[in-house]
Design a protein around this ligand. Structure first.
Ligand code: ADP
Length: 497
C-alpha cells in the first residue's frame, strides 16, 4: 500500500498560479500534501496570460511540443496540429508544468471564452504528450472537473495501445457537477475522437447529441470521486444529479467521496496578518477585539452581546440566497447583526443592497471580492451562515470553524459531513444545521443560534470544538492515496480480463 506513487494532477486552475474558485485551492494543496506523504505528485495547468513568468520563476522545458488535434483533416486542416511550450515552476519543491499556447492561453482569463472546449481539450492533449516528451510516466493521472474529462476518455480510446500509458490509471474528481462542459459534436473532431462518435445518454436525448466532457470523465475514469461523501451520494439522485445521475449510477461501484481539506497554514488565526488581533483556542478572549473592529468597519454599533452573523459567498442560487432573501425581514427582527461579503448575480446585489439600506445599523453588505475583509469577517463574526441549496464540499464552514465562528448551515453535501447540529439534550454538535430548503427552516436554525449565544459556556464550547477539529489536508491526502490504489487495481483487473 505504501509504495510511493507518481501522480500528475491536471487542473484548469491551481493556487498560486490562477484561481477562480475552490478547485484552485484543492489543486494547489493536494499535491503538496501528497508529497509530504512521500509521493511524487506534480501539477499541470494552462499558462494563462495573467500568470507572470518572472513572479513564478518559470523556465521553459519544452519549446515546441507538437499537440495533435483533429481527426477530420480534410474538413478542418487547421486543426491537424498545434504547438505548445511547456514551462516548469517549482512550488515548495513540487514541479508544476504550465502549458503555453498563444492562441488558446494568451488571454487573461481562465474561463468564459467561446472556444473553451477547444482550449481545454488542447491543454489536456498537450499534458499527455508532454509526459512522453519529458519521459515522466505517472502511475495515476488525477483529472478534475469537466476541463479534464477528455483524458480518461482518451486513455480508453486513442491512447489505449500506447505502451507509455499501459500502466497509467486515471482518477476523476467532481468538484461541482453543475458545470459540465457541454459542447457541439464538432469538438469530437478536434479531440480526435470522431471515429468513436457521440455517447448516447440513457434517458436524456438532448445530452445524446452533444459532447458532455464531465460525463466522459465519469464514464471512462478508473475511479471517480466527489469532494464529500454526502455529495457523492446526493449526485446519484435526480435532485442533485444535474441530469447525469443515470450515468453516475452506471459507475456507482467506482464512485467515492473524499472531503477536501483546508490549508491550515494559509488559514490560521494565530498568524493571519490581515486580522486586527491574532488568537488561538488558548487565547480566545482576544477574539472579542476582532468582533468590535468588524462592527466598526461595517458601521454597526460595537456591541459584544449581540450575535454577529457573517456570510461570505458567491451571490448565486446555489448558495441559498433565494431563501435568505425571503427570510430577511424576519431575520432582522431577531437580536442579531448581519454582515455579508459577496459578488455574483445582479438581482442579489440589488436585493441585499436594499436589505442593508432598510436595516442600517443592523445589516452591512459589501458587494465585492476582498480576501482581507473575508478574513476579518471569519475572525470577527460569532456565527457563519451557509444556507446552500447544494454544496459539494464547502470551504467557508471549515475556515469559519478554524477561526472560531460557529457555522449555521443547511445539511447538504460537505456541510452535512462537517457540521453537526447542536443538541442541547446531549450537548453534542459543533454548529446549527437545518434540513429543509426553506426560509422557515433557515429562520428556526438562526433562532436557535441566537438563543444559544446567550449561554456563554455552551457557545464557547461550540467555538472550541470547531477550532480543535482537524479538517487539514493530511487526512484527505491519505484517502486520495487509497483512491489512487483503487484506480490502479481497477485498471489492472481490466487488463487481466
Ligand atoms: P465555492 O467554491 O462554491 O464558491 P466554497 O465555500 O468552497 O464555495 O469556497 C469559497 C471561498 O471563496 C471561501 O474561501 C470564501 O472565503 C471565498 N470567497 C467567496 N466570496 C468571496 C468574496 N466576495 N471575497 C472574498 N472571499 C470570498
Amino acid at each position: 500500500m505504501d509504495k510511493p506513487l507518481k501522480i500528475l494532477l491536471v487542473s484548469a486552475e491551481a493556487v498560486p498560479f490562477a484561481k477562480v474558485g475552490g478547485l484552485a485551492d484543492v489543486a494547489g494543496s493536494l499535491p503538496k500534501a501528497l508529497r509530504r506523504l512521500g509521493h511524487d505528485a506534480r501539477l499541470a495547468l494552462p499558462k494563462y496570460g495573467q500568470i507572470n513568468e518572472a513572479e513564478f520563476g518559470l523556465t521553459k522545458v519544452l519549446d515546441s511540443l507538437p499537440v495533435p488535434a483533429g481527426s477530420n483533416h480534410e474538413q478542418r486542416p487547421e486543426l491537424v496540429e498545434g504547438l505548445a511550450a511547456v514551462f516548469e515552476s517549482t512550488v515548495e519543491g513540487m514541479p508544476a508544468y504550465l502549458v503555453g499556447n498563444d492562441k488558446y492561453f494568451g488571454r487573461e482569463e481562465v474561463y468564459g471564452y467561446d472556444d473553451d472546449g477547444e482550449r481545454f481539450v488542447f491543454f489536456c492533449r498537450a499534458a499527455l504528450e508532454m509526459l512522453k516528451e519529458l519521459d515522466w510516466r505517472p502511475d495515476v493521472i488525477h483529472c478534475n472537473d469537466w476541463h479534464t474529462g477528455i483524458i480518461p476518455n482518451w486513455l480508453k480510446t486513442i491512447y489505449k495501445d500506447d505502451p507509455f500509458f499501459a500502466d497509467t490509471a486515471t482518477a476523476f474528481t467532481i468538484h461541482n457537477l453543475a458545470y459540465q462542459g457541454i459542447f457541439g459534436p464538432e469538438l469530437l473532431d478536434f479531440a480526435g475522437l470522431a471515429d468513436y462518435g457521440l455517447i448516447p445518454h440513457p434517458t436524456d436525448d438532448g445530452l445524446s447529441r452533444v459532447v458532455v466532457l464531465m460525463a466522459r470523465g465519469i464514464l471512462f475514469a478508473d475511479v471517480i470521486n466527489a469532494v464529500s461523501e454526502k455529495y457523492a451520494q446526493e449526485i446519484l439522485t435526480p435532485e442533485y444529479g444535474e441530469r447525469l445521475h443515470p450515468i453516475l449510477a452506471q459507475r456507482q461501484d467506482r464512485l467515492f467521496g473524499i472531503l477536501n481539506g483546508l490549508d491550515y497554514e494559509v488559514w490560521d488565526p494565530a498568524t493571519d496578518p490581515d486580522i486586527p488581533v491574532n488568537y488561538d483556542v488558548a487565547s480566545l478572549d482576544r477574539r472579542a477585539e476582532n468582533k468590535l473592529a468588524l462592527q466598526r468597519e461595517a458601521g454597526l454599533p460595537p456591541d459584544p452581546d449581540v450575535l454577529l452573523v457573517g456570510m461570505i459567498s458567491r451571490l448565486a442560487d446555489q448558495k441559498g440566497f433565494d431563501i435568505l432573501a425571503e427570510a430577511s425581514d424576519q431575520l432582522m427582527e431577531m437580536d442579531l447583526q448581519f454582515v455579508l461579503l459577496g459578488t455574483g448575480e445582479e438581482r442579489y446585489h440589488r436585493i441585499f443592497s436594499n436589505v442593508a439600506g432598510k436595516y442600517q445599523g443592523q445589516a452591512a453588505v459589501f458587494l465585492k471580492f476582498d480576501g482581507a475583509l473575508a478574513r476579518r469577517i471569519y475572525a470577527g463574526s460569532d456565527a457563519f451562515l451557509m444556507p446552500s441549496r447544494f454544496e459539494p464540499c464547502g470551504l467557508g464552514q471549515l475556515i469559519a470553524m478554524r477561526y472560531g465562528s460557529v457555522p449555521i448551515v443547511r445539511s447538504t453535501g460537505g456541510l452535512a459531513d462537517t457540521v453537526q447540529d447542536y443538541d442541547p439534550s446531549t450537548g453534542q454538535g459543533n454548529g446549527f444545521a437545518f434540513s429543509d430548503y426553506s426560509e422557515e427552516a433557515l429562520l428556526a436554525a438562526v433562532k436557535r443560534a441566537v438563543e444559544t449565544y446567550h449561554r456563554e459556556d455552551t457557545w464557547r464550547t461550540l467555538m472550541e470544538r470547531g477550532m480543535r477539529a482537524d479538517f487539514s489536508w493530511r487526512a484527505s491526502a491519505r484517502k486520495y492515496v487509497e483512491l489512487y490504489h483503487k484506480a490502479l487495481e481497477f485498471k489492472q483487473n481490466e487488463l487481466d480480463v
